[in-house]
Design a protein around this ligand. Structure first.
Ligand SMILES: Cc1cc2nc3c(=O)[nH]c(=O)nc-3n(C[C@H](O)[C@H](O)[C@H](O)COP(=O)(O)O)c2cc1C
Length: 212
C-alpha cells in the first residue's frame, strides 16, 4: 500500500479571529465563498452533505450549493434518493466545504426542509435539456441493470419529449437551515484558527474560538 504517513503540509496563507470574522456567520460564509470564487478554485460550491437516517448510520456525498438566502443553504436533488429518504427520517444534517488552496474548511449543521416548488421550477428550467432528461429518468440511488439501461431510458424519454417538459415532482430543492457554523483556517505548526457560531435564539449568534 502507498505510504501516506509522511505527507505533510504547512498552512500559512491567512488567519482568522473573533475580531476579524463577521458577527453574522452567513455573511462570513459569503465573504469566504467570494474569496473561493475569486481564487478560481475548482468546484468551490461543492459541499459534502452528511445525513443520518433512523438506522443511525451516517452517509455522505457531494452536492452543489446553488443558493444562499436569509433562511439557509439550497441544493437540488432527487427527493426519493438515499439522502432524500434519510432526510425524511431525520432532518438534521451537516454540510462541509473544503477549500484546499485557501487552507480553509467550513462546517455547517442544521435541519433540512424542502424549499419552495417555484424556486425548483425556475432552476430546473434553466438547466441544459440533457441534464434535465438525466434527472427525469434517474431513479437516483436505486440499482440499475446496466449503463445501457440508463442510455435507453434517456433516449426513450428524449423521443417522447423532444422540446420541453415540466420538472418531475421527485426532483427539487432542499434548504439546510443553519444552527451551527465553524470556520477553520489552517495555521503554522498546526495551531489552527477555529471560530464557531451557535444560534442562541431567533437571530442571535454567539461566537467562540475552539482549540485546534
Ligand atoms: C462534484 C459533484 C457534484 C455533485 N452535485 C450533485 C448535486 O448537486 N445533486 C445531487 O443530487 N447529486 C450530486 N452529485 C452526486 C452525489 O454525490 C450522489 O452521488 C448522488 O446525489 C446520490 O447520493 P445518495 O445516493 O446518497 O442520495 C454530485 C457529485 C459530485 C462529485
Amino acid at each position: 500500500m502507498t505510504d501516506l504517513r509522511y505527507i505533510r503540509e504547512e498552512y500559512r496563507k491567512d488567519e482568522l479571529s473573533k475580531a476579524k470574522a463577521d458577527q453574522d456567520p452567513i455573511r462570513q460564509f459569503d465573504n469566504w465563498m467570494k474569496e473561493a470564487l475569486e481564487a478560481q478554485l475548482l468546484h468551490p460550491t461543492a459541499m459534502t452533505l452528511s445525513t443520518c437516517g433512523k438506522d443511525r448510520r451516517p452517509s455522505s456525498r457531494i452536492v452543489l450549493l446553488k443558493d444562499i438566502d436569509e433562511k439557509g443553504f439550497v441544493f437540488y436533488t432527487n427527493y426519493l434518493s438515499r439522502k432524500g429518504r434519510e432526510i425524511i427520517e431525520n432532518p438534521f444534517a451537516a454540510l462541509l466545504f473544503f477549500w484546499n488552496e485557501l487552507e480553509r474548511q467550513v462546517r455547517i449543521e442544521g435541519s433540512i426542509e424542502k424549499a419552495e416548488a417555484d424556486q425548483a421550477d425556475v432552476y430546473f428550467a434553466s438547466r441544459p435539456l440533457k441534464s434535465r432528461i438525466s434527472a427525469a429518468i434517474s431513479e437516483q440511488s436505486s440499482e440499475v441493470p446496466s449503463r445501457k439501461y440508463l442510455e435507453n431510458r434517456f433516449q426513450e424519454f428524449r423521443d417522447l419529449h423532444p422540446v420541453d417538459f415540466e420538472r418531475p415532482e421527485f426532483w427539487g430543492a432542499y434548504r439546510l437551515i443553519p444552527a451551527y457554523f465553524e470556520f477553520w483556517q489552517g495555521r503554522e505548526d498546526r495551531l489552527h484558527d477555529r471560530i464557531a457560531y451557535e444560534l442562541k435564539n431567533q437571530d442571535a449568534w454567539s461566537m467562540k474560538r475552539l482549540a485546534p
